[in-house]
Design a protein around this ligand. Structure first.
Ligand code: TYM
Length: 367
């Protein structure tokens, strides 16, 4: 927690006023000694490469939405639709995926009164900043990025867009001077790259960019997929909590388990069904399932049924809201337009600062 003292004060003071300047939000505490304290700005994005899966939702969206509820945070959440061009080429599919991603954010409780919510592509300033940052990014730093290295054996299939993907991500973050970026573990290296690029630029041109921190929860978890590996669209092992019940059941029943016979005790810590269950259930339910595994006489089929029931229960309202949003793309659009106007205004301010530092402003402006 970056501002623990601030949190304490917030709970004590009922009269605090929060006001937003154009670029930074400040807390004004009338009863405290006169002071203004910068709020922490949080920012995160999800690629719209399909419907967000349980990994995205539990690993990033829900924690981010919880953080946004804290009045000490100012939040920007976006749909990383420019990044998807490295894989999604079909325009109709792109539109569908963007809508599904937006619907998932909103269904999970994103409140546009508290969060600036936008499509990355609707703030083209990010592309200009990405170009500037490209020119401060050493080639070996990108050549060492996991996402590139995983594909480097088939270089002919790697686009330059995929190679420079982390630079666009750095631009996403630095453009809005984000302090905290809540992400899953797989994105931590990208955060390091963003910090390195920002520090390089700042050394040469003076204090310009905020060095972002990955959100440092001790329990950043990797949500397993149906094959026990990290849940990921590229591994085809996802669970979609918004799917029709029949499809959801099919995905859960397909979770890989070992061949321990029904009557034998089972190791909960080596089982993806148990891990997923424990991420959604409270302590008592988790302890109960653990005991059933250890006692024997409890089959994986039963555990899967329990997981299905839990997902249906925990996501009941989110599933209803998701369906409603999908049927009402106009309402999604209305919400995004509001956030995009705010995001563009913020982005333009930062970009102007960078242009000036780099000598890209017209000379007449300085007269
Ligand atoms: P993406 O779309 O792959 O994933 C979105 C978020 O979900 C998390 N995540 C997981 N967490 C736990 N377990 C899993 N199995 C799992 N799968 C995915 C990811 O860590 C991520 O936080 N490059 C980013 C999108 C992006 C971005 C940004 C994020 C673009 N610009 C700026 C933050 C800030 C990505 O591909 O995430």
């Amino acid at each position: 927690m970056k501002f623990p003292f601030l949190k304490g004060q917030l709970h004590k003071s009922k009269q605090q006023l929060i006001f937003l300047s154009n670029y930074r939000a400040y807390l004004y505490l009338p009863n405290a000694p006169t002071q203004t304290i910068a709020m922490a700005r949080i920012l995160t994005g999800i690629q719209s490469t399909g419907r967000p899966h349980l990994g995205n939702i539990l690993g990033a969206m829900m924690p981010a939405i919880r953080l946004a509820k804290d009045p000490a945070h100012e939040a920007l959440f976006f749909i990383a639709d420019l990044h998807t061009l490295t894989t999604v080429k079909d325009p109709a599919q792109r539109q569908t995926y963007v809508q599904a991603t937006a619907a998932a954010w909103l269904a999970c409780g994103l409140d546009i009164e508290k969060v600036i919510f936008y499509r990355q592509s609707r703030v083209p300033a990010v592309c200009e900043l990405a170009w500037y940052l490209n020119c401060f990014t050493p080639y070996p730093m990108l050549a060492n990025a996991h996402a590139f290295k995983d594909k480097a054996r088939r270089l002919s299939e790697v686009s330059t867009g995929l190679f420079t993907y982390p630079v666009l991500m750095a631009a996403d973050i630095l453009l809005y001077a984000a302090d905290i970026v809540p992400v899953g573990q797989d994105q931590l290296q990208h955060l390091e790259i963003a910090r390195d690029i920002a520090a390089t630029f700042n050394r040469q041109y003076g204090d310009t960019f905020v060095l972002p921190q990955a959100q440092s929860r001790d329990n950043i978890q990797i949500i397993p997929g149906t094959d026990g590996q990290k849940m990921s669209k590229s591994y085809n092992n996802t669970i979609d909590p918004f799917a029709l019940e029949k499809e959801l059941k099919k995905a859960i029943m397909a979770i890989k388990t070992d061949s321990t016979p029904l009557d034998q005790p089972k190791n909960p810590d080596h089982c993806a069904v148990f891990k997923l269950y424990s991420m959604l259930a409270n302590q008592a339910l988790t302890a109960d399932l653990r005991a059933k595994y250890l006692a024997g006489g409890y089959g994986y089929g039963q555990a899967k049924q329990a997981l299905l029931a839990l997902i249906l229960e925990q996501f009941r309202e989110e599933r209803q809201r998701f369906r409603a949003y999908i049927q009402d793309p106009y309402s999604i659009e209305q919400q995004l337009i509001i956030g995009e106007a705010k995001a563009r205004a913020m982005a333009e301010q930062m970009l102007e600062k960078v242009r000036t530092k780099l000598g890209y402003t017209p000379t007449t402006k300085n007269r």
